[in-house]
Each structure stands twice: as structure tokens, then as C-alpha cells.
Design a protein around this ligand. Structure first.
Ligand code: ZN
Length: 291
């Protein structure tokens, strides 16, 4: 199997595409449930602190597996054949089979996005650890893009494992050396931490969340220091357009100042582009420097 994929990158890319569609289907669950799981845990802890419930009371069972997926409107369980990525959405014409409630186009789009990213990673790296790592990296970033856009939150359960995976892969010199990974993580964290404090001292406002520092630290662990420059430049450009888009689609047209704006999606997109093409972009920006 390994040799078949090694000799035939096209086949490996196709398999990666289908694998990505399946993973994307799982990421939809993560994107929808992880913020609710965190909220449930916080509510439970608050209730204990305020003596509203006994300390032994177990929190409600709600995780990535239980309860099973159901229509949010009529609670009809989602059958396995209705859970096939993309295909089911087209077959069901974007509506619940039982009650006809509209299903967001975002579900098949997340699946398709994940499939395409996996295929691009497979095409670039060929079969092996770098491709597997790249798929893991892509999956983490996709879930963070949508969770942060929805909730303005980058959960530690995602940013910190991504950081550790980056450091762990550097032990095998998968992309970069351990030294580059550690320095990359430190520079990534400190860069945004310094900007955060400068901004806070100058304007007395908090312009970013700690999740953003942790995400850039994680990206540094995967990319090393030099490509972080690409991440920072690209995320600033993407953030500018994303903010414009939010203002244009926002209903509070009069008060632009307090619209919540997540920086995570821009960072994550820029991080993925830098992971794939960072070296090319750097040598285009600085033709005389060897990276
Ligand atoms: Zn329904």
C-alpha cells in the first residue's frame, strides 16, 4: 500500500481528498460542539462555586460522541446514510429529511475545504510523515478558523495540542529542527504578547486574546522563525479584509468600534499558506537571502 502510494502521487492525492471529506465531517462536530462543551463546563463550575448545586453533581453528558447527531429542530436522529460528506447534503437538498428545516451550506463547505486542503498537502509532500503531519495541521486550523469566527474564542484544547504536535514533529526533523521549532514558538508568542501590551498601554484597551498568542506560538513551532514573517504580513492583510467584511455585513452600522472581531481566522489562514508556500514567498520577497 505504502509503495503503491509512493509510486503514484495522484492516487495518494485522491485518497487524501476522500479522507479529508470524512475528517471535515468530524470537524463540523468539533466546531459546533467544542464551544458548547466548554460553556457547559464553565457553567457547571460556576454553579458549584455559587452553591447552586452539590459539588458531586455530574455535569450533563455532552461531548464529541454523545448525544448522537440530531436535527436541531425536530430532534430526528441523523442516520448513517445521511452523514456521507457532501453527497448527503446534495441528496437531501440541504434540508432535514423529516421536518424540512434548512441545513446550513457551511457543513458541506467545511467538508469540501478539508478535503481540498488534505489533497494539496498530499500532492506537495507525497506519502509519509510530513503529509500526515500536514493533514493534522490543516484539521486543527480549519476547526479554529470557524470556532473563532463564531465565538471569538481560540480554545486551549486546540492551540496547545497544535503547539505540542509541532514540537514533537521537530524531534524527527519533519519540517524543521528542534532548535528552530522552539525558537519559532517563543518568537510567535512574544511577538503578539508585546503588541498586546503596547496596544494596551497606549489605548487602555485589549485588542487581542491570549488565544492569538498561543496560536502564533503553535505556528512558530511548525514553521520556524522566518516563515512567521509571512504569517504576520499575510494575517494583517487578511484581517484587514475580514474586518471590512464584518463591518459591511454587520447590522450595527452606526457603531463600528465595538464589533467583536476575531483575529484567529486570519492567523490560521496565513499559517496554512506559510506552511505550504512560506519558503517560496520568502525567497520572492527577499531574493538575495538564503532561507
Ligand atoms: Zn428536522
Amino acid at each position: 500500500m505504502f509503495e503503491l502510494f509512493r509510486d503514484n502521487v495522484g492516487l495518494f492525492t485522491c485518497v487524501a481528498l476522500f479522507f479529508g471529506l470524512l475528517v471535515g465531517s468530524f470537524l463540523n462536530v468539533v466546531i459546533y460542539r467544542l464551544p458548547k462543551m466548554l460553556e457547559n463546563t464553565w457553567n457547571h463550575q460556576c454553579q458549584i462555586q455559587l452553591n447552586l448545586i452539590e459539588e458531586e453533581t455530574p455535569p450533563p453528558v455532552f461531548n464529541l460522541v454523545v448525544p448522537h447527531s440530531a436535527c436541531p429542530n425536530c430532534q430526528a436522529p441523523i442516520r448513517p446514510w445521511q452523514n456521507i460528506p457532501i453527497v448527503s447534503y446534495i441528496f437531501l437538498k440541504g434540508a432535514c429529511a423529516k421536518c424540512g428545516t434548512h441545513i446550513s451550506i457551511r457543513y458541506p463547505l467545511v467538508e469540501l475545504l478539508t478535503g481540498i486542503l488534505f489533497a494539496m498537502v498530499a500532492w506537495k509532500f507525497g506519502v509519509g510523515l510530513p503529509a500526515l503531519g500536514g493533514m493534522l495541521f490543516s484539521a486543527f486550523l480549519v476547526s479554529m478558523i470557524f470556532i473563532d469566527a463564531d465565538t471569538q474564542l481560540l480554545p486551549d484544547n486546540l492551540t496547545l495540542p497544535l503547539l505540542w504536535f509541532g514540537l514533537a514533529l521537530s524531534l524527527f526533523e519533519t519540517y524543521i529542527s528542534v532548535k528552530e521549532a522552539v525558537i519559532g514558538a517563543m518568537v510567535g508568542y512574544l511577538f503578539l504578547w508585546i503588541i498586546f501590551w503596547l496596544f494596551k498601554i497606549l489605548t487602555k484597551k485589549e485588542g487581542m486574546g491570549y488565544g492569538d498568542f498561543k496560536l502564533l506560538a503553535a505556528l512558530g513551532a511548525w514553521l520556524g522563525v522566518a516563515p512567521l514573517l509571512v504569517v504576520i504580513l499575510l494575517s494583517a492583510i487578511l484581517g484587514f479584509f475580514y474586518y471590512g467584511l464584518i463591518i459591511m455585513t454587520s447590522k450595527q452600522k452606526t457603531e463600528h468600534k465595538n464589533i467583536p472581531f476575531a483575529f484567529g481566522p486570519s492567523l490560521a489562514c496565513a499559517g496554512w499558506i506559510a506552511f505550504m508556500y512560506g519558503k517560496n514567498i520568502l525567497s520572492w520577497l527577499y531574493p538575495n537571502v538564503q532561507f
